[in-house]
Ligand binder design. Sequence first.
Ligand code: PBG
Length: 352
Amino acid sequence: TRVPPRNPEGAPTVVPQDLPSRPRRNRRSPTVRKAFRETILTPDNFIYPIFVHEGDENIPIGSMPGQDRLSFKNGMIKQVREARAAGVNQVVVFPKTPDNLKTACGKEAFNPNGLAQRSISLLKDTFPDLEVYTDVALDPYNTMGHDGMVRSDGVVMNDETVYYLCQQAVSQARAGADVISPSDMMDGRVGAIRQALDDEGFTNVAIMSYTAKYNSAYYGPFRDALASAPRPGSEDWKIPKDKAEYQMDPANYRECLREAALDEQEGADIMMVKPAGAYLDIIRALRDSTTLPISAYQVSGEYSMLKAAAAAGYLNERDAVLESLIAIKRAGADLTLTYYAIDAAKWIQEGN
Ligand code: PBG
């Protein structure tokens, strides 16, 4: 028999309201709350972005506490082993190109023995079941710091860039990449890359397109990590100071539907929204307009903001990070690229 609960002294005596519906009944206990949870995080949906460099030691990235440029020789495999132990079996690889290999056209992007290609091969040789994603764009490889080649009048050339992106994609597929991710936002690159991969027999290599990639201030720490920010131009050779000519305007919503329709027609397997946290409406828009899987990139700036606030003691890191990842999934993302992948996977395990 239940004893009626007692009210605190001083509580008013009121007749209960005649409410047919009391939503709080479905939140009344941990078991009930778990039963009605609509969104469940799992490390199966995480993609862990890793930075790789040629040196012998891991080098901490100043603007991304907890993340390193991993040593190709000594650090990369160890870090990926840790990710897998936590349940994260998907990575995207970002190579830091040595300055002396950067050229105006960024042809190092498709050097068969380049750092990206060697990293992909080593990862696949070591962990055959690891899903390896790659980034396709020229900015880590060219001296201008743009995703495409820059003409002397400062225009980022579209079709010529796509020609090289296809070579980059094919070289990554040859190295063993499972999923090619064009992040450059040139027009027509998804279709051209699909064709180039198919022509070389790589019909099973998938394309995750950065479909709605915004011209965002949140990429700052990433550009530090790879030293890939746009460089100053000169009288003789103009270089755009930002990527507004090809990345989308943060003010725009309709435009993402146009990009999505094109990417779908051109053969994308997965469509990405980037950044994630400030673009949840865009994730939802794509989710509602396509049957393709959607991914979202919780980018470097989102990571660093959470880290900084946690370090200052302004918020609880674990709770804030898991909430940010739940929000991204709730908005409609199937996959989430996050630098928090390992920590989040461990927190999820502990919670279960
Ligand atoms: C390269 C690329 C960028 C990011 C992913 N691929 C930088 C940019 O477009 O300037 C950003 C990732 C991040 O900030 O975490 N095109």
